[in-house]
Design a protein around this ligand. Sequence first.
Ligand SMILES: Cc1ncc(COP(=O)(O)O)c(C=O)c1O
Length: 297
Amino acid sequence: MGYAVASARPFAPRLPSPLEELRDDRLTSAGLGLFLKRDDLINADIPGNKWRKLKYNLASARKQDHHVLLTFGGAYSNHIRVTAAAGHYFGFTTIGVIRGEEHLPLNPSLDYAVRHGMRLTYLDRAAYREKMSPEVIAMLHHQFGEFYLLPEGGSNAEALRGCAEIPGEIDRHFDLICCPCGTGGTLAGLAHGLRPGQRALGFSALKGGDFLAREVSRFQGEAFGAVSGNWSVECGFHFGEFAKRKPALDHFIADFDERHGLCLDWVYVAKMMYGIFALAAESAFPDGTAIVALITG
Ligand SMILES: Cc1ncc(COP(=O)(O)O)c(C=O)c1O
């Protein structure tokens, strides 16, 4: 499958990403099959759902003759980091609008972004909350001129198109595909790409993830003109505050690594995987269900 934007530096995404069967007694005894869709292996600099979301945005930016990408994020944002990498590989100037004040020396994420050519600017928290308002956008245009705007987290209609391609890469039967959720963009695209009878289940990485169902519906409505009824969001495995480590999750990650030789990303992916095993233990999935877990990063 080709992508529609030429790179300025060699960039070779590994696509289709590999599909690996995970053999685990706890699942086999529950009559379940689990396959890992290894989007984390797509590319070291732009892995997982980040590449899926950027692919059509880069093509759109190029088609609209933009040379500058501008986006938003917190000081530790992966999205800021990968936008900088995308600029580096695909020949765009990048601007990162960071929440809060500048702290020097830069943390490793922002240092990486700057080393890959990103220009950073900062918005105080009050202005940051209004970042998509016409006033703030006009102020940014005044400061930086023309740019292609990528929303925080990278989720928009073009991003959903990229995520909708994932199910088509899976060349074996499955009933359910699971993914972690932050903004809900990945789940919205993924569900749109499923065949009749298949379902998608998102696991909220955030406490209070009830907003996600509204967001996924909104994303699908905007991108595809309709909301598909084939997805749901599980909000019970957020492990408290976002991006705070918890012993039970750390233990699960270490145990999973020992059993399967795969160290799961603890902010998003481990919570989904924990949730899949917990639901399997409660017999929440019908006997014989073939599940794909999307390893988003
Ligand atoms: C590794 C990983 N998985 C999942 C997500 C959540 O994706 P979404 O915001 O599309 O729900 C993110 C968010 O950036 C992420 O970094």
